[in-house]
Ligand binder design. Structure first.
Ligand code: ADP
Ligand code: CIR
Length: 342
């Protein structure tokens, strides 16, 4: 493999941090699962418009390819090599009364975490049989859920296109054919081994074998962030009793994308800010101050529609889950105040 060429306007973290020296030092290394640098960087090489451009094939990728991953982790999360990650999933520690009790701005709230099974490769390096084993064990765990978490697993294999499209449109299911995941090797053997579990109300959902082996999701209409967080924590604890999660003292929960390490949590609202949207500089000044990310209405790499945005915490590592939600809450409260003032 030779040093990849990037277009001159490339701004991804891969182009920034994959210097010829780093490339030379890492190009012949392979993890115990056989995952190579070439595989780790393929998504960002094929998609030079990536924000990040790298994926890990296993926990070992983060140490073996540290000269590439460490600066990316530091730049994205502001998390240094010597730091330790701390978890806090206690809803009593969260101070987040509904920032929009009249329901004028917030359409819905969603909090998700990524989780992977301890001791197995991550999605970019997993084999077909290992992926199917993950599906079987996660589904077995989910089918023992009771009460408000009780629901049904719907495998993608055999799901009708119209049901699949409706679930995607309604923001419940992951999309198909994502080019970033495709180039990372995450769509191999599609749709086998993938699926979605949800409770009857679709307020608790689990994506199986998408970018991570599990995406555990709590969501509902409106802005009651604490209720969403509390349900999520109950679900994480219940699933964690059945399936051991990959976790490291340094990096927290291990995920395939380095942006998701640590809490692996993205807490978001869909929020209508039509006035603020006319002044994107003022909008972005607030989101930067509160460490927030702006996404479009159909998730990452999508556009806003009708002044509605997906606003979420950007940092996930080196802060606790409570702090990640607090980042979102504080920032969303400031955005609402700014929208009201206009
Ligand atoms: P993820 O959050 O899992 O990294 P995406 O950005 O692709 O992934 O979003 C996944 C789906 O969740 C998309 O359909 C997106 O519109 C939906 N979504 C995200 N936040 C919310 C929210 N607050 N309310 C409703 N749907 C949401
Ligand atoms: C990119 O580099 O733009 C994609 N690989 C997505 C990076 C962040 N995505 C994520 O956290 N899921």
């Amino acid at each position: 493999m030779t040093y990849p060429t990037f277009p001159s306007d490339c701004t991804s973290m891969l182009c920034r941090f994959l210097t010829p020296e780093v490339f030379e030092a890492l190009k012949d290394k392979k993890t115990a699962n056989g995952f190579t640098l070439e595989q780790a960087i393929n998504s960002g090489v094929v998609n030079p418009d990536s924000g990040i451009g790298v994926y890990a094939g296993d926990e070992e990728s983060y140490t073996l390819f540290a000269p590439l991953f460490d600066p990316i982790i530091e730049a994205y999360h502001g998390f240094g090599k010597e730091q330790k990650h701390q978890s806090d999933l206690n809803p009593d520690h969260l101070n987040a009364p509904n920032p929009d009790p009249e329901g004028e701005f917030i359409l819905s709230t969603r909090i998700r975490v990524g989780r992977n099974v301890a001791g197995l490769p991550l999605g970019p390096a997993i084999s077909k049989s290992q992926r199917n084993e993950v599906e079987a064990s996660v589904v077995e765990g989910l089918e023992s859920m009771t009460g408000a978490l009780e629901g049904t697993y719907y495998p993608l294999l055999g799901m009708s296109k119209s049901v699949q499209e409706q679930l995607i449109k309604d923001h419940f299911l992951f999309k198909e054919g994502d080019r970033f995941l495709e180039a990372a090797g995450l769509n191999r053997d599609w749709p086998e081994g993938r699926g979605i579990y949800h409770n009857h109300d679709k307020t608790f959902l689990v994506w199986v074998n998408e970018e991570d082996e599990m995406r555990i999701i709590s969501m509902q209409p409106g802005g009651d962030i604490k209720e969403v967080f509390t349900r999520l924590v109950t679900a994480i604890n219940a699933i964690g009793e059945k399936v051991p999660f990959a976790f490291s003292e340094h990096l927290g929960y291990i995920t395939s994308c380095p942006t998701n390490l640590g809490t692996a949590m993205r807490a978001s609202v869909h929020i209508a800010l039509p006035k603020l949207a006319r002044d994107m500089d003022a909008f972005k000044a607030i989101t930067e101050k509160y460490h927030l990310q702006i996404r479009g209405i159909h998730g990452e790499h999508s556009e806003s529609e009708g002044g509605v945005y997906d606003i979420s915490n950007r940092r996930r590592l080196g802060i606790t889950e409570v702090q990640a939600v607090q980042d979102m809450y504080d920032g969303v409260s400031a955005l609402i105040a700014a929208e009201k003032a206009l």
